[in-house]
Design a protein around this ligand. Structure first.
Ligand code: NAD
Ligand code: MG
Length: 334
């Protein structure tokens, strides 16, 4: 049985008298640091010199220092800089300060699982991976709830690494919702798979292909946008709230019949075969090597793909359409 931990399974007292350092103040970093502070934990934020986040963190009442200072002073160090810079930040500014008895934590297992970071024996290495973007995590916490998370232990020098990770998880609010036990191996591979085949890659490719099919057949781009993109959220909300049956209860019988008979034709055996192949590339480390090499080369392919994808007509049509919907202005202001 999958083990899930709640408030009563975690003891915030384990963090009493300990200093927690959150390295990075981005999406995850700000939410972890502020939630911990509100939970009464002694927290400091570690940032690189000149980081624009320093003012924000100070204004929010947090202690701020260099990554070296925070790593030196703190007993528990949570690494929340982007995965592709973690190795360098770790080697230059954190590793020198990892004395026995300290705890190094992650919110995603990539660098440990793919051997980019090899911490010394004698310290605990664990993970609290909230299953939500940081801004949602912070908002939900201030409303008195928490977002679910995963917990994993990679190295248990103290023989209390799990309890310490759960105390951290309680501090950020996640035991309010539930923290599921996993491993660095499982979290890393399933996280990459999910974002590649469905959450990010699969869904955007599906939307673009459907949109292009309608536009190519002569339908108005605006109609195509509404049908293949805008309405997606309404459906996902129903799925999220009540599962597939609930979503199907809300749609028309015509839509439900089309769903059963056409869906499996769109996502058929070819897609299943490709998903298995993609999972294989994750498991073998091929994807990780490719992404690490891409970063080392200055990200030419990544930046070109970002540019090309931003120029897809669905983005300009979408921007115009969202402009009609006064309640949606946030996303256009980036
Ligand atoms: P982010 O890009 O939002 O923030 C990174 C922070 O690190 C920023 O404050 C940035 O200024 C700082 N930074 C960048 N380069 C640095 C350097 N060289 N030295 C010091 N600081 C530097 O990152 P994020 O999305 O919060 O991701 C952090 C970790 O959390 C990653 O391991 C990620 O996989 C994990 N995670 C993210 C999410 C999410 O929804 N964003 C969810 C779960 C887990
Ligand atoms: Mg993820």
């Amino acid at each position: 049985m999958t083990k899930v931990y709640y408030d009563s399974d975690a003891d915030l007292g384990l963090l009493k008298g300990k200093k927690v350092g959150v390295i990075g103040y981005g999406s995850q970093g700000h939410a972890h640091a502020l939630n911990l502070k509100d939970s009464g934990v002694d927290v400091a934020v570690g940032l690189y010199p000149g980081s624009p986040s320093a003012e924000k963190a100070r204004a929010a009442g947090l202690k701020v220092g260099s990554v070296d200072d925070v790593a030196r002073d703190c007993d528990v160090i949570m690494l929340l800089v982007p995965d592709q810079v973690q190795r360098q930040v770790y080697e230059e500014h954190i590793a020198p300060h990892l004395e026995r008895g300290k705890t190094l934590m992650f919110a995603h297992g990539f660098n440990i699982h793919f051997n980019q970071i090899a911490p010394p024996k004698g310290i605990d290495v664990s993970m609290i991976a909230p299953k939500a973007p940081g801004h949602l995590m912070r908002r939900v916490f201030t409303q008195g709830a928490g977002v679910p998370a995963l917990v994993a232990v990679h190295q248990d020098a103290s023989e209390s690494a799990l309890q310490m990770a759960l105390a951290y998880g309680k501090g950020v609010g996640s035991t309010r919702a539930g923290i599921l036990q996993t491993t660095f191996h499982e979290e890393t591979e399933t996280d990459l798979f999910g974002e590649q085949v469905i959450l990010c890659g699969g869904i955007t490719a599906l939307i673009k292909t459907a949109y292009e099919t309608l536009v190519e057949a002569g339908y108005q781009p605006e109609s195509a946008y509404f049908e293949t993109f805008h309405e997606l959220k309404l459906i996902v909300d129903l799925l999220y709230e009540g599962g597939m049956e609930y979503m199907r209860y809300s749609i028309s019988d015509t839509a439900e019949y089309g769903d059963y008979t056409r869906g499996p034709r769109v996502i058929g055996e070819q897609v299943r075969a490709e998903m298995r192949k993609i999972l294989g590339e994750i498991q073998s480390g091929q994807f990780a090597s490719e992404w690490i090499a891409e970063n080392q080369a200055g990200r030419p392919r990544f930046l070109a793909l970002r540019r090309i994808n931003a120029q897809h007509p669905i983005e300009s049509v979408g921007k115009e359409m969202r402009g009609m919907m006064a309640w949606l202005q946030g996303g256009n202001q980036r």
